[in-house]
Design a protein around this ligand. Structure first.
Ligand code: AMP
Ligand code: ZN
Length: 124
């Protein structure tokens, strides 16, 4: 079974969130990138940063995606502070990407978790 990169997967919950067929609490949106609050937050701040293109996971990423991923990474410091993460180094945040079943990935659309805020956290 192949897992292609496509513009949109009609069966993908995150593609439906991007298309606003499923509501979300939006954190950020531009032509290529979308961010929204996780529905089950682990931490006082917990949002997901995703490409609008349906990339199933990090396993499909190659050099063709380096500009897109670079833009996503470059947004994290600004979005984290805007969403209430405290400044580095006393504050900060955790960024994680689960990949595949053994990596704990449940939604098959590439996403970066950004978690932060005062501890204790619910998990992690
Ligand atoms: P992962 O296990 O890394 O694939 O994480 C998937 C994440 O998506 C989990 O943290 C879920 O809470 C989150 N999630 C699933 N459905 C929604 C939704 N409709 N809105 C916001 N977050 C969601
Ligand atoms: Zn998708």
């Amino acid at each position: 079974m192949s897992h292609p990169i496509t513009a949109h997967d009609p069966d993908c919950i995150f593609c439906k969130i991007i298309a606003k067929q499923i509501p979300s609490r939006i954190v950020y949106e531009d032509e290529e990138i979308f961010a929204f609050h996780d529905i089950h937050p682990w931490a006082p701040v917990h949002f997901l940063l995703i490409p609008k293109m349906h990339i199933p996971s990090m396993a499909q990423v190659g050099v063709e995606q380096s500009a897109l991923l670079g833009r996503m990474m470059a947004l994290v410091p600004q979005l984290a502070l805007e969403q209430g993460c405290n400044p580095y180094p006393e504050g900060g945040y955790r960024m994680t990407t689960n990949t595949g079943r053994e990596g704990g990935q449940e939604v098959q659309h590439l996403h970066f978790h950004i978690m932060g805020g005062p501890r204790p956290w619910l998990r992690g």
